[in-house]
Design a protein around this ligand. Structure first.
Ligand code: AP5
Ligand code: MG
Length: 247
């Protein structure tokens, strides 16, 4: 699949099991999912990235999703769940995976619970590790500033910020020299709609997962490294993350 990925150290791959990153648009889900991938060797499964890849390739799903994403609304559950099911069936998800931007509705969360209970990871090392849901909590005031200043590498997927994490050379990816792009939904009017959508449809998930006991919260207002450390601490503290080779 031709979507940006980070290189992961497969020798350090660990059976983290399934991880969900919750948080408002701009909370830092993608930034942290890449750091989890680099540290624990498990893939980032970003539904936003997967959908943007469908749009780029002009697939039937991409054609349906494009206008919806442009308005800052959610793509229908059935379409997104089908896409996620296919991605989680790939071999690199056997030890665990970080879901970035999924689930986003209670119906998607119920679907995921059903798939995990039905043995999505059946026979795999990560099977015994319960779902961990990490909510990156942040004040809305910071989000617009973060999102309007975001720039992304279309090839390696690196995420930059003109204020907080600028590239060394303006407009150019440090990693592979590609020209950086601005996401179409990062204009202020669409950001406002995305935040409304988040409040209405995704915020209820924090209660859903709190009741199930899977929810942990980190402070999204810290630096990227502070948040990454808090997430690593959560994962290591679970005591059930064991080092395994990818072989
Ligand atoms: P998606 O791509 O998931 O967008 P989003 O949820 O709006 O989240 P973002 O990617 O904008 O933010 P992020 O939390 O990843 O932050 P990032 O790390 O980039 O979804 C796009 C669209 O696809 C949706 O609107 C919807 O239409 C559709 N969709 C996707 N999933 C779906 C689903 N499950 N169901 C239905 N529809 C779905 O960071 C943001 C900026 O802040 C960057 O510039 C970064 O460098 C900077 N930054 C990050 N952390 C920090 C920090 N600690 N300090 C300072 N700056 C920071
Ligand atoms: Mg993202």
């Amino acid at each position: 699949m031709d979507i940006p990925t980070v290189s992961v150290d497969t020798h350090a791959r660990r059976a983290t099991g399934p991880i969900v990153l919750l948080g408002a648009p701009g909370a830092g889900k993608g930034t942290q999912a890449k750091l989890i991938a680099a540290h624990f060797g498990i893939p980032q499964v970003s539904t936003g990235d997967l959908l943007r890849d469908h749009v780029r390739r002009n697939t039937p799903l991409g054609q349906q999703a494009q206008a919806i994403m442009g308005r800052g609304e959610l793509v229908p559950d059935q379409l997104v769940c089908g896409m996620v099911e296919g991605r989680l069936a790939e071999k690199d998800c056997e030890q665990g995976f970080t879901l970035d931007g999924f689930p986003r509705t209670v119906a998607q969360a119920q679907w995921l619970d059903g798939r995990l209970q039905a043995g999505l990871l059946r026979g795999k090392p990560a099977q015994k590790v319960p779902l961990l849901v990490i909510d990156i909590a942040i004040d809305y005031g910071l989000l617009v500033q973060r999102l309007t200043a975001r720039r992304t590498c279309p090839h390696c997927g690196a995420i930059y910020n003109l204020h907080f994490n600028p590239p060394r050379k303006p407009g150019v990816c440090d990693g592979d020299g590609s020209n950086l792009i601005t996401r179409k939904d990062d204009e202020e009017a669409v950001i406002v709609e995305r935040l409304k959508t988040y409040e209405r449809q995704t915020l209820p998930l924090t209660d859903y997962y709190r009741q199930g006991g899977a929810l942990r919260r980190v402070d999204g207002a810290g630096t990227v490294e502070q948040i990454a450390q808090a997430i690593r601490d959560l994962l290591e503290r679970r005591g059930d993350v064991s080092c395994r080779s990818s072989a």
